[in-house]
Design a protein around this ligand. Structure first.
Ligand SMILES: Nc1ncnc2c1ncn2[C@@H]1O[C@H](COP(=O)(O)OP(=O)(O)OP(=O)(O)O)[C@@H](O)[C@H]1O
Ligand SMILES: [Mg+2]
Length: 511
């Protein structure tokens, strides 16, 4: 029996396709199982929402409603990773427009209720807190971090911390394979192919301290894409396509393709799936041919984390104990085949492929395990400033990508200068890398804007700052810019006129 005195601690992996949860239970981290509406016991809650009549339903209920033809949305985590998402973004379901934050809050409320009332740890009284370590993709923009944390809080969870999903899988690996780590092999490369995203991270593991040394990913590649590839192949073999089939038949085909994909074994030769009611068979090799570029894209995305061998081909570095393969999408036999061909025997697959992250999060949530994680911001934050009447825009790096964050602490960066203009235009961006001239490149995402009146006479509500020309001034006020990065990797900017204490404070990544 669980000790009823202490609050329940869990690891929650809100995934694109599935939400998996593991619990801290006296040194064990069992996966929480649930009974779905067909009375099957499963290890996850599907991450799906649907409109049943006029109200939103989630998880197993949404799956049922979707099967009955209700408007529904799978993989809604993908909306969060869209660079243009903000805390005011909405999604459409049928003819309803719903805020993304409300949808996520509703889903996480459903997850909490299901854990309490209909799971392998039921029943948990409402008075007992659910304390969770929550996973977040390593590549999440600030807006995604904010939305995730805020929705968990609103849904009644007590969030202990948000941790990079691959770091969590790293906990699971070291907990299980501590023996493979030694003074020479000090890190692991986590390969996480989920339903909707791919992430790879080098996690250094010394004792119980885990540190993410580098992380790469593809926000829009995952196991769900294999379903679409397979469905297209099957449709072509049946002489049709998605357009000809229409929405309902196409969705049915994708669902059947997913089941067929999940049933493949390394020795499977043919796949048979009904297309529009007609059994259609294709060789597995055809499907694998079409899916190979996708797996190769994941290997390519890892390239910056590899070390070139004599012929320039990226290999696991000498300090890497193994390539740890996690995520449900990596159960496709083709994935291990391609990875083994490239990296040989240092490829290890998690025994709980789809729940590795959740188990790792539970390990991280266990004070007894004493695992700590040192996180890095995988995104950099910088600012474009307009200079000299807007004729010149300069870029300053504020936080470089891979800036280190100490566990549970905030990091503050300050800069102080005398203003040389009447107005300061600050356009903040997040970015994943920069070139030799320190100009950001790769993904770049505006994440906030501040127009600061350095000139005191402009600090009135009736002044439209945007319409005022930027001009040089003498003897401007002393300005301090502070960039405060909290323990969840969210950045707040604070610009203050130190002479008068006039200040503007803005969290980045939010409207
Ligand atoms: N036996 C299997 N063979 C192949 N693929 C599988 C198998 N079981 C599950 N999958 C696939 O795994 C994917 C879901 O993986 P997982 O639960 O790790 O993703 P997620 O955590 O929801 O997504 P993400 O990490 O991208 O947010 C789905 O595409 C599913 O079809
Ligand atoms: Mg996942």
């Amino acid at each position: 029996m669980r000790d009823k005195v202490s609050p329940m601690r869990l690891g929650v992996d809100f995934g694109t396709t599935t939400t998996a949860i593991a619990i801290v239970d006296r040194g064990n981290y069992p996966i929480v199982s649930f009974v779905n509406n067909r009375e099957d016991t499963v290890d996850f809650i599907p991450s799906i929402l649907a409109l049943d009549g006029d109200h939103l339903v989630y998880g197993f209920d949404a799956e049922d409603a979707a099967r009955e033809g209700a408007p529904h949305l799978r993989s809604f985590k993908r909306l969060l990773s869209d660079p243009s998402v903000t805390d005011t973004s909405t999604l459409r379901l049928g003819n309803h427009s719903i805020s993304v934050l409300d949808a996520l809050t509703g889903f996480l409320t459903y997850v909490a209720r299901t854990v309490r009332t209909n799971s392998s740890v039921a029943s948990v009284p409402a008075s007992e807190k659910l304390e969770a370590l929550v996973g977040i993709p390593a590549h999440a923009w600030s807006a995604q971090r904010f939305l995730t944390l805020e929705a968990f809080r609103r849904a009644g969870w007590d969030v202990l911390a948000m941790v990079n999903e691959p770091s969590a899988a790293g906990f699971e690996y070291t907990h299980r394979h501590a023996g493979t780590l030694n003074s020479k092999r000090t890190s692991i490369l986590v390969y996480d192919l989920g339903g909707g995203t791919f992430d790879a991270s080098i996690v250094s593991a010394t004792g119980t301290l885990h540190e993410v040394l580098g992380s790469r990913g593809l926000n829009l590649v995952g196991g769900d894409d294999f379903d679409v590839i397979l469905a297209n192949r099957l449709a072509a073999a049946a002489g049709t396509d998605s357009g000809l089939l229409g929405d309902a038949a196409w969705e049915r085909l994708i669902e059947d393709a997913r089941s067929a994909k999940e049933a493949l074994s390394p020795s499977s030769k043919f796949i048979t799936v009904p297309v529009n009611g007609e059994p259609t068979t294709i060789p597995v090799a055809d499907f694998y041919d079409a899916a190979t570029p996708l797996v190769n894209a994941t290997v390519e995305a890892m390239e910056p984390l590899l070390v070139p061998d004599a012929s320039g081909v990226g290999q696991l570095g000498g300090d890497v104990a193994g390539l740890y393969v996690v995520g449900g999408g990596s159960q496709l036999p083709l994935v291990a085949r391609i990875l083994r061909a490239r990296f040989g025997r240092r490829v290890h697959r998690s025994p709980h492929t789809a729940a590795s992250t959740a188990i790792g999060l539970a390990i991280g949530a266990d004070p007894e395990a004493a695992y700590t994680v040192r996180e890095q911001l995988s995104r950099g934050v910088g600012v474009f400033r307009e200079r000299d009447g807007g004729s010149f825009i300069s870029f300053d790096t504020l936080l470089e990508p891979n800036t280190e964050l100490a566990p549970g602490e905030t990091l503050t960066i300050k800069r102080c200068y005398r203003a040389a203009h009447n107005i300061g235009y600050f356009r903040f961006v997040e970015y994943s890398s920069f070139d030799e001239a320190w100009v950001p490149r790769g993904d770049l995402q505006p994440c906030g804007e501040v127009i600061f009146p350095f000139d005191q006479s402009l600090r009135r509500s009736d002044v439209d700052l945007e319409s005022i020309e930027v001009v040089r001034t003498e003897d401007g006020p002393l300005i301090e810019e502070s960039y405060i990065v909290d323990e969840h990797g969210m950045v707040t900017v604070e610009i203050t006129d130190l002479d008068t204490a006039y200040t503007i404070r803005r969290p980045l990544g939010r409207k």
